[in-house]
Design a protein. Sequence first.
Length: 256
Amino acid sequence: MSKLGLLITAFECEKELNEVLKPWIEYKNLHKDDIIISVVSLPFKQYVELGVKQNNTLTVDRLRELKSQNIIQHLYYGNNALEEWDARNLALKPLLDEKCDLTWILDSQDEYYNCGQIDKALRYIEKEDNQFCPVFKIEFKNFIGDKKHYIKGFRPNRIWRRKCGQFELNKFYYDNNCSFIDGEIEYKDEQLAYKTIPTNIINPKHFSWLSDQRSLNKIAFQHRRWNHCSLRLNNGKIDFCPEYHKKMSIPYPEIF
């Protein structure tokens, strides 16, 4: 079994944290030293620039408790606002130093797995015909507005190999993207092979777009970063933004 490095971003998520982490703690209890957990809990730059009121105290208290129990091995927290990829790099370094074979990122506000999914995904990655694939995507059920309706097609990068042939994992250069090094040449993961793990193996829930204040803040965050967002708050409910879809010339996703 490969040594797994779990890289968690956790900020203002004390209500979700225990449930999100439960399957990972269960998996860690089964596999002991085969999983190293590294957590970063820092504000992202754009939220601070927007003046969003944030209080991360309860989240940090819980993370420190988990660190004292050796459930978490590495923890970075504070008030220094960073870009998302720079924050992730703080937590990535110890996983590379400890030579974790795989790095799996987890956003603890909104990504819900179960232990069976984690185990099946890792067994899929270990298959012989996947040994030379450096990057794996996971398709989430991306819930929109409430916890009953979701869209398909959200498949971000989630797992990277530390070494794959001549390529070695280097750092995050964007939110969900890492670079690899081959000698003195740096490659973006977008330039390399990837596989999406089949949804019959893993298809976790993703609750990032519920009709709440967090989603409203996230819409403002995306407008500050990219000057647009595919969603809007309309009469108290999250739905698709007509201006965005017209601008991008893309149809509305199907809701399930």
